[in-house]
Every structure is written in structure tokens, then in C-alpha cells.
Ligand binder design. Structure first.
Ligand SMILES: [Zn+2]
Length: 315
């Protein structure tokens, strides 16, 4: 399987939320948004694992694409480019019992109507068709919603809906696999893939990130496994009192620098800032040594020196 764009890394937005959850107090709405992003990402990873177990030669699998159609933004979970067609796949990580009545979707427990996922699918398909036409491609598109969560049940679903239920996923992937064996991916499809990747917008205009400032955040080094802060253990180690996780100073500080950079991409990495960010160390000498060893220093005087990672451009 070719997947030039395929790494199930958590989206930036989710990473930011994760850091903020430990260092700030998220509002209820922000917590819900965070939870939704987590669920979406878990579904993504789950589907990735299914694809890993059924590797194929004649697919190009693109995921988490974001395009603009005029001024409207739309996001596609998966685009599988086969020799003869393009499969558009939307993932849903719904859990629990749902039912369909007169074309409307409801939760079984409270009979609360939810947004019909097939409407969103249709809308995405229309927009995708526009994109392909603009690029000069007329591949047929087939669209599906995949319900990835094994704890999802859907009652009263007509059999002809373009949905794949948890118990059908393996079969669906096998079918795709079989349909791809008759011909191979050509330069034509590879070119289309590159054009789509070039159009992909990494950041959404609608990302609902909470407001946050360096000054008001809790400082310290967060545990790699849970959400607690680490404390110093002996002369070289950090320990999590909650889960027992241990690591050395270097990796702990390095993780914190990456976290700092993710949250504040426009702030400079300096000895003072990282010292304050990690909080644990009484003097700045370890932070200075560590920055000198792993990053590249920019600036001439000690006062104006800041650090960048190798390969990064100077700010
Ligand atoms: Zn921990």
C-alpha cells in the first residue's frame, strides 16, 4: 500500500488540547471538544490498524484532508485512490445504540435526533467531485460511512445505505482489496495524489482552540504516561508519584521543550523560558547545558541567545 500522507499522528489541535488539559482548567465545552477530537483520532488509529492487517498494492490512501471549495471548508477522513475509482470514507466513532426512522437518525436511549451522517457524506462527495473536476479528473466516486467502534449498534437500517458497520469492516476492506487487483496504479493516479496533497490545508479556519497564555499555565514536566506532573528523584531521574513512570532529566526536558514549541510556535526557546517552563530545577545550568547539547544556539550575546532545532529556520 502506498500512503504518502499516512501517519496516524494525532492532529495538532488534539495535541494542543492534551497539553492544555494538564496545564490549564478547560471549560466544559472545551472538554467536550477535546473528547470529540480524541474519539475521532482513536477511530482513525483503529481503521489504520485494519488497513495494516490487510496490506494492498493498488491503493493510495490519503487521510485527514482539508480543502476549500470557494469559501467553504470541508474535511475528508479517508480518500482511497484505486485504479478505477476513488473511495471517499468518513469515519464515525459512535458508541451505543442508535436507530433510523423515516430517514432520521436517533439515539436509542433518549430518542434524541442526531445529525444524519449520510447528509455530511453527500455534501463531502459533491465537494470532492468539484475538486477532482477542477484538477481535470473524472474518476467515479463511491462514498461510505464506516462506524469503527465495536460497541456501536444501528437498528432499523435499510440494507442499501452506504454504511459499513463494525462487523462488516474486514469484509469491506477485503472487497476493496479484490477490486484493486485487476489493474495497477498509474502515473495518472499518482499525479492526482500529488495535486490533492498540494491542495490540502493543514490548519482549519474553524479550529476551536481555547485562549491560553504562558503566564497563566501550570509549569513543570508532565508525565509521559498520565496527566500528572513529575518530581525529581535522586540526582538524574524524574518520577511520577501517580503512575510510577520514571525517566531521566534529558528526555523529560526535551519532551517539555517540544510541548512548549507546540503551544507557543512563535515564542523563542531560551534558557530562562525553558527553566521557568520546566520549573523543577533550582539553577539554570542544566537547562543551558541541555539546550547547547541538543539544539543550535542563535545570537551572539548571552542575553540575546535563543535556540532552535536542527533543520528549523531562524525566527
Ligand atoms: Zn504518570
Amino acid at each position: 500500500m502506498i500512503h504518502p500522507h499516512y501517519q496516524p499522528n494525532p492532529p495538532q489541535e488534539l495535541q494542543i488540547f492534551k497539553h492544555l488539559a494538564s496545564r490549564t482548567n478547560l471549560s466544559i465545552e472545551e472538554k467536550l471538544n477535546f473528547e470529540k477530537l480524541c474519539k475521532g483520532y482513536e477511530g482513525e488509529v483503529e481503521f489504520y490498524q485494519v488497513l495494516q492487517k490487510n496490506p494492498m498494492k493498488n491503493w493510495i490512501d490519503l487521510h485527514s484532508l482539508r480543502f476549500f471549495d470557494g469559501t467553504t471548508e470541508f474535511q475528508l477522513d479517508h480518500l482511497i485512490i484505486c485504479p478505477t475509482k476513488v473511495y471517499l470514507i468518513e469515519m464515525k466513532n459512535y458508541e451505543g445504540d442508535y436507530f433510523i426512522q423515516n430517514g432520521n437518525w436517533y439515539t436509542a436511549a433518549r430518542k434524541k435526533e442526531i445529525r444524519n451522517p449520510l447528509h455530511q457524506l453527500k455534501r463531502s462527495e459533491i465537494m470532492l467531485r468539484h475538486q477532482l473536476q477542477e484538477l481535470g479528473y473524472n474518476h467515479p466516486i463511491e462514498s461510505f460511512v464506516i462506524f469503527i467502534n465495536p460497541a456501536f449498534t444501528l437498528y432499523q437500517a435499510p440494507m442499501d445505505l452506504p454504511i459499513i458497520l463494525p462487523t462488516q469492516i474486514k469484509r469491506f476492506v477485503n472487497q476493496l482489496n479484490r477490486s484493486g487487483t485487476s489493474s495497477t496504479i498509474t502515473e495518472h493516479q499518482k499525479r492526482l495524489t500529488n495535486l490533492l496533497i498540494a491542495r490540502n490545508r493543514k490548519q482549519s479556519a474553524y479550529e476551536k482552540l481555547p485562549q491560553y497564555h504562558f503566564e497563566q499555565m501550570k509549569k513543570g514536566i508532565i508525565c509521559h504516561l498520565c496527566t500528572n506532573f513529575l518530581s525529581i528523584h535522586g540526582r538524574k531521574k524524574l518520577i511520577c508519584e501517580s503512575c510510577g513512570y520514571m525517566e531521566n532529566f534529558y528526555t523529560g526536558v526535551l519532551r517539555s521543550i517540544l510541548e512548549f514549541q507546540c503551544l507557543f510556535p512563535n515564542k523563542k526557546i531560551t534558557v530562562n523560558t525553558i527553566h521557568e517552563w520546566c520549573e523543577l530545577f533550582q539553577t539554570k545550568s542544566f537547562i543551558r547545558r541541555m539546550l547547547k547539547k541538543y539544539l543550535i544556539s542563535v545570537g551572539t550575546s548571552r542575553k540575546s541567545t535563543y535556540y532552535i532545532f536542527e533543520g528549523e529556520r531562524e525566527k
